[in-house]
Design a protein around this ligand. Sequence first.
Ligand code: ZN
Length: 397
Amino acid sequence: MLESLIGLEVLWLLLPVAAGTGWLAARKATRRTTRKRERGGLRSDYFQGINYLLNEQPDKAIEVFIKLIEVDSETVETHLALGNLYRRRGDVDRAIRIHQNLIARESLSVSQRTGALIELGQDYMSAGLLDRAEDLFSELADDADYRVQALRQLIDIYEREKDWPKAIASARRLEKATGNQLGWIIAHYCCEQASRHCSEGDLERALKHVQQARNMHAACVRASLLEADIHAERSEHERAIRSLQRVEEQDPDFLPETVGRLYRSFQALDRIDALDDYLSKLMNRYGWTSVTLTLADVKRQSGGRREAILFITERLRQRASVRGLDRLLDLEIEDQRDIGGTREHLQILKGLTAELLFERPVYKCRHCGFPAKSLHWQCPSCKHWTSIRPIQGVEGE
Ligand SMILES: [Zn+2]
């Protein structure tokens, strides 16, 4: 069904061109009797195509019509549109054939050939033939007229291949070509390199890339979090705390990412009172649920379970939160001796809050709406950087 729909859509595109080509050929043929047979062939192909169409065999009809359309300056656009259509529908092999066929024609102007090359490069990318696409776009990037478009494609390729040094070099060239600052994206590429060194245990090199990221973009939250993790790994908790406390100025949306790390570092330094002060300020300014719940942990550590319960209850009066209620129920269930079935009632309620929170996305891309359960610095769906953020509201932060 889908195939026949695709076919029909393509045929609407082709019919006028095929008919036009037939008419032109017919007009030329009346002038030159030597071309009579050619005209006859063209007409019979044309009617054969129509027949296929009427017999609901759109695939065969398409093949006939494509052969029928001569590539010349007037039909190049049709071939390009047709190739595009096939690529969008996922028929990449056919798109590649059409674009390669187009490029092979000598009658094309320079700009038409370049347009076809860009399309072919995109076909290669859709087909996952990244090496071929890279060769093609690298060549086009040397052409001033197509540099910007080609560099954007190259950056896409290097991001997919996780070739961060090449991604950085291309982004710098794109910055120069457009005048738009891309430091905030280049900082992510530096952080990607830092993460790789971290996972290999080379913290010294990781730290160098984090520093590069900060030089590229002073407000890079990811660099601050990475730097804090490296310092904490080396038990340099004062430094880790300084890195984490930068995040409020950089982008307060990411404060929930800092609180667990802050708790561990303040605890390691045995300065839990100082953390109480800092988190209280953050809670009053931003009201994030993660901040409130970490503060409840601090209260529990310093003043016991009852103090934590009173603190969360007070907060829930001011700001409804399913996660807050869930934590409160945990604390109450721990606290209750089973008098008159109270514990059972609390457990039923706890089952409800757990159900509400189960497998709930905690993050969402503010560009395309992609929901995620963990933080991605690049949206897996729309590929934007830093667009995934914690969800706010009763069920989120
Ligand atoms: Zn997205």
